[in-house]
Design a protein around this ligand. Structure first.
Ligand code: S3P
Length: 442
């Protein structure tokens, strides 16, 4: 087994970091291109393992994909009315987004799909999608406790549903909206706390009839009408703010750094970490803001900064749900303590991230504690490091502790670092370009 070893940066980080396409948007770009009858051109798509899992599944429904050497992907689809039953089991690998959104996409089609995933995905809760999707009329049979593998028998006479999300989840919301497109009548999903709205923005971009309303209590309702005509539209996937987060924190933590990240997605429901890091004193600026394929985007410019501890309110959690591991690393070097609230969903990510953060911080010599759904990290000037971090095959844990190693006294060894390929295959190359040095050891 090999280890990725990150070691203290000996000079400021500088240069341009090219961040790959957004993972959430890449899945959705492929799915919307598959829904539309005809050819769609997608640029900026993230070529990662998670996204490939979605692509393989869609290919088995009868969708054709062609790659240009410059990364452009041409998608040719017969349209959702002509999807065919996959001949083989779908293996979604590590990808919760593939599993949950695709369940929505096929649960109202008259055939059967078998689905599984890797050891991490087979532990993640699927009941949260099975429950609403069954209300359309689909029969979904899973392992005990609603775990993968599972079998979906699509509804032959689907009925529309109205569903209030019990947990803020863009994956569950999107699964219901996709299912609603293949069901007569109006399907409504309501969310008490706003989660990333990429699916809704794509509905608008594709001019698919839908309504969005918000009541005075903040309950947001999204309604789609079944069986719309969907025409191909060119799509560009903007760079992933959740991947940019690692470069951003690395640059903030190394004094004197100056790093530019061009064309990163700035959807306000994804920018919770940026807000938090600015509150902590981080020098982060945005230039050239514009909108591409319905998503805000801009160049992020980060300078090395002295950070101080803050309190991150629970309401912000859905806007930065994937960023708590890297925020914890920033907090470890901040002046004072950082309190983060509303973290219950961290327990059901690619790993139990709340526990993994606590274990990792303790291994490298940082004091942290968790009570209920909250986490406190006590910042310190120097961190010993010198530990081996078990990432539990969680890409975000691997990259977070890699960044931690850039400021620790002794190098950090990252076990299971290969999981980085699920979301940021060019991570090491990108870090190398701005001056980071690492080794891979046996
Ligand atoms: C995602 C939604 C979030 C996020 C995940 C991607 C999406 O999950 O953690 O990485 O693409 O919709 P939840 O919907 O479970 O919060």
């Amino acid at each position: 087994m090999s280890f990725l070893v990150s070691q203290a940066a000996s000079s400021p980080l500088s240069g341009t970091a090219s961040i790959p396409g957004d993972k959430s948007l890449s899945h959705r770009a492929l799915m919307f291109a598959a829904l539309a009858k005809g050819e769609t051109t997608i640029t900026g798509l993230l070529p990662s393992e998670d996204v490939l899992a979605t692509r393989m599944a869609l290919a088995s429904l009868g969708v054709d994909f062609r790659d240009h050497p410059d990364g452009t992907v041409f998608v040719n689809s017969p349209g959702y009315q002509h999807f065919q039953e996959p001949e083989d089991i779908w293996n979604m690998g590590n990808s919760g987004t593939s599993a949950r959104l695709l369940m929505g996409m096929i649960c109202n089609l008259p055939f059967r799909v078998f689905m599984t995933g890797d050891a991490s995905l087979r532990r993640r809760p699927m009941g949260r999608v099975m429950q609403p999707l069954s209300q359309f009329g689909a029969t979904i049979t899973a392992r005990q406790n609603n775990l993968l593998p599972l079998l979906i028998q699509g509804a032959t006479h689907p009925v529309p549903i109205t569903y209030t999300l019990p947990v803020p989840s863009a994956q569950v919301k999107s699964a219901i909206l996709l299912a609603g497109l293949m069901c007569p009548g109006e399907t409504t999903v309501m969310e008490p706390q706003p989660s990333r709205d990429h699916t809704e923005r794509l509905l608008a971009y594709y001019q698919i009839p839908h309504r969005i309303t918000q009541d005075p209590q903040g309950l947001r309702s999204i309604t789609v009408t079944g069986y719309p005509e969907i025409h191909p539209r060119p799509l560009h996937v903007v760079a992933d703010p959740s991947s940019a987060a690692f470069v951003m924190v690395a640059a903030l933590l190394i004094p004197g750094s100056y790093v530019v990240m061009p064309k990163v997605g700035l959807n306000p429901l994804r920018t919770g970490l940026m807000d938090t890091l600015r509150e902590m004193g981080g020098d982060i600026q945005i230039h050239n803001q514009t909108v591409i394929s319905g998503e805000e985007v801009g160049d992020i410019v980060v300078r090395g900064s002295v950070l101080r501890g803050v309190t991150v309110p629970a309401e912000r959690a859905p806007r930065m749900i994937d960023e708590y591991p890297i925020l914890s690393v920033a907090a470890a070097f901040a002046q004072g303590s950082t309190h983060m609230h509303g973290l219950s969903e961290l327990r059901v990510k690619e790993s139990n991230r709340l526990q993994a953060i606590l274990d990792g911080l303790s291994a490298v010599g940082v004091r942290a504690e968790s009570h209920g759904d909250s986490l406190t990290v006590y910042g310190q000037n120097t961190v010993s490091g010198g530990a081996t971090i078990a990432t539990h095959f969680d890409h975000r844990m691997a990259m977070s502790f890699f960044v931690m190693g850039l400021r620790t006294q002794s190098p950090i060894h990252i076990q299971g670092w290969e999981s980085i390929h699920t979301s940021f295959p060019t991570f090491l190359e990108c870090m190398g370009r701005i001056g980071v040095v690492w080794t891979i050891g046996g």
